[in-house]
Write a protein that binds this ligand. Sequence first.
Ligand code: SAM
Length: 329
Amino acid sequence: MNQVDYLRISLIDRCNFRCQYCMPEGSELNYILRQELLTFDELLILLKEVFIPVGFSKFRLTGGEPLLRPGVVDLVREIASMPETEDLAMSTNAFLLADMAQDLYDAGLRRINISLDSLHPETFDKIIGNRGRTRWQQTWEGIQAAYRVGFAPLKLNVVVIPGINEGEVLDLAALTLDRHWHVRFIEFMPIGNAQLFSDRAWVPSEELRQHIRSKWGLIESKVKGNGPADVFQIPGAKGTLGFISQMSECFCDRCNRMRLSADGWLRPCLLNESERIDLKTPLRQGVDTQQLQDKVRRLLSLKPEINFQQRYSGTNEGVYTRTMSQIGG
Ligand code: SAM
């Protein structure tokens, strides 16, 4: 297995979008109470005294929607300035990004992934559950602002859902032709909206590649990420196309990450819910951070076994108890 040195940190489980595949309107989510969120001081203690000493050096801020967490720019500055930080990135829906992009960049953030499931305002609004007002334009402006400010690589994440945005794959791929953007197609997972998943299912990445290949051709990209995406390129394009195929392939051997939820639960595998550990409660009880390091080291040693277990292990008959917004997607 890869070295596990990458921590995805959820700052908040709330989101200003209600994406159908993630946290559909009407599904009751039990939001984490404010006092249960790790404070930034607690988070920084965990990073400096637990995660970095056991070998983590790459961090991603996510959620929910991380830009909703007050003080996020200051947190970025703190993490970016730690000498042990080799990489810091953020995943966002970009709705609030236009006004924050420059501040985030100045604070030291360089890499950003933005969810963009459609180029058509009506489809986009339908997917994100717009609650009566269009959010497409402001999101697009957020993406443009990130590009202008200089975030690189700028990645756009697309969850492909049959019958909803599947028909836009070529248009989305075309964004990479003359921009240094990286569009990544993600197979829809049964986390968040089991009903939609069983109605629509998912599209295998290879099917998307065939579609793109027959229009422009497709070559393996020289630029390889260190994550789960298989990276390709339309010949002559400036950007790349990534395919994250967690449903059609097992890439557990490439897994280099763990996830920390906004309320301090550390999860060793996205698709297997077993063996999560609570770090916040012992931290608040004053347990020595050396002991927390031991807990994390133990989890690191168990991770290969947890990863390679059947993917639904630890779920209740295949139903996940937490959405991506709650886990830290
Ligand atoms: N709010 C941020 C954003 O929009 O990117 C970060 C959180 S969001 C939960 C992180 C990623 O999880 C997004 O790219 C989203 O599309 C993906 N995601 C959520 N639910 C998913 C599902 N059921 N299948 C595949 N991807 C999912």
